[in-house]
Design a protein around this ligand. Structure first.
Ligand SMILES: C[S@@+](CC[C@H](N)C(=O)[O-])C[C@H]1O[C@@H](n2cnc3c(N)ncnc32)[C@H](O)[C@@H]1O
Length: 221
């Protein structure tokens, strides 16, 4: 009987610990699972422009030739490729991901499109592994809600910004029940503000020009 009681206690506490790891300790938000390499086809779907208007998101960034940009969680490089053309040969895009399979896709894209200003980076779940004080802008498109260790990740990301650098999150709008994405893949502005301000970022502005997503601009405090 005692063995059974102890076993049940171990199972319950393991479940509680697992649940605790899946939730943000400040907001209580449940972390989304990481999208696998099998999802790369969805990122490259022909309807992405009509559904999400990524060209409008990129226009809102006001990229200039010579800028250094980090596409954090770049996936197959949909944004990387488009941003690399805008920052030009004097600029640079650091395209990061935690999945070696995504880095393979990125490297193949860089080669096939002849992009000379893209550096691919295999990051860690808790570390973007970007060079210090090197970035004018870091963008995370549908990535932040997948971070499994957002607090330490955001602390390390801070070190990569040049003075005045911007962090931009593009996230499906949780406030809008008509956005056809699972709840765990959405974020509200209130959640972003609460979680990122706790890590030393300041909400600068929200640009709501996209059909489904917020563009949320933050700066290091
Ligand atoms: C939904 S996909 C979005 C890909 C790309 N940003 C796009 O919009 O086309 C999310 C990507 O974030 C990556 N990711 C998840 N956690 C990460 C982390 N801690 N650091 C870097 N990339 C991460 C995943 O491997 C996946 O490729």
């Amino acid at each position: 009987m005692r063995v059974l009681t102890v076993s049940v206690a171990i199972v319950i506490s393991a479940a509680v610990m697992l649940d605790a790891q899946r939730r943000h300790p400040v907001s209580g938000r449940v972390f989304a699972p990481v999208m696998g390499v099998a999802g790369a086809g969805w990122l490259e779907r022909a309807e992405r422009e009509s559904e999400e208007a990524p060209s409008k998101a990129i226009a809102a960034l006001e990229l200039k030739p010579g800028m250094a940009v980090a596409d954090v969680g770049a996936g197959s490089g949909y944004y990387t490729s488009r941003m690399a053309k805008l920052v030009g040969t004097t600029g640079r895009v650091y395209a990061t991901d935690i999945q070696p399979g995504m880095i393979d896709l990125l490297n193949r894209r860089v080669a096939s499109e002849g992009l000379t200003n893209v550096t691919t980076v295999l990051g860690g779940v808790d570390d973007p592994k970007l060079p210090p004080q090197s970035i004018d802008l870091a963008i995370m498109v549908d990535v932040y809600h997948e971070l499994q260790q957002p607090q330490v990740f955001l602390q390390r990301l801070k070190a990569s910004f040049k003075p005045g650098g911007r962090l931009v999150l593009v996230e499906f709008r949780k406030e809008d029940p008509t956005v056809p994405i699972l709840e765990v893949h959405k974020m509200s502005v209130a959640e972003v503000k609460q979680e990122l301000e706790a890590e030393g970022y300041r909400l600068d502005r929200v640009i709501d020009v996209l059909p489904w997503q917020h563009i949320i601009v933050l700066r290091v405090k």
